[in-house]
Design a protein around this ligand. Sequence first.
Ligand SMILES: N[C@H](CCC[C@H](N)C(=O)O)C(=O)O
Length: 283
Amino acid sequence: MKFWKMNGAGNDFLILNNLEEHLPLEQLPRIAKVLCERHLSIGADGLMVVDAPTKGGDFKMRFFNSDGSMGEMCGNGARCICRYGFETGLTGETQRIETTAGLVTGMRISPRLYRIRLNDPTTIRLDCSVEVDGVRYECAYVELGNPGIPHAVVPYANLRQADHEELRELGRAIRWHSGFPKGANVNFYEITGEDTLYERTFERGVEDFTYACGTGTGSVVAVLTLQGKVSGHGVKVHMAGGELVIDAERIHSQIADLYLTGPTNIVCKGEVTDEELSLNAGE
Ligand SMILES: N[C@H](CCC[C@H](N)C(=O)O)C(=O)O
């Protein structure tokens, strides 16, 4: 089974092409869980599977988190798979990807820089709050697409200086909070300059921080644009794995367009030989 390993600003993925591998769909969650396990297998934040389009796009993208759960969309993953499409000849310099959350269009800016139009916000609740261990945290809640990928947007002062373990415990508590029936990716952010943010995202389905989160940065900038705290044009979001840029077009009290631009890296192309996969293959 051939695979590519890519990352977008350090958010890393395995890509399998089911147009060639013809893997049974019901096995994909287990394949994701086995292959995304760091140390025991290849290791990644998620698995993306290319498949035939059914709604006029170039191809379908199925996304699975490293715990095997299905994600409605993945922004950095979509940027990486757009490059996969261009480099393999599946697409041209623009791409139309059918994701669970809806159609995502992409564009090759340069050999390693890709820009996608994120799914439209279908839910934006600006004035939420969650209580964790007796402390109330203001936050916003966003879903991008339909079905929407859920994000909590949480302001956090002195984020760079935050104790990693404490932040992880808080991220985990908010991720599982009863106020979020679908769960939520938890995006802690701090405004560090004009149209410049620092962000750390505790991801649903990874159950830990990732080096970057594309739909997370889009959700944070959508909220801050509506709140008038950023312009929405060329907003730079610094994360552990690099910089992502978000453009959010505001029309009255709506976000009309949300674009994510950032780097990609084709780390390796290989053959999966993981012997764990062959065990209990029939289960
Ligand atoms: N963990 C997310 C999916 C990946 C999102 C993130 N990696 C991105 O770049 O958008 C979820 O299950 O909701």
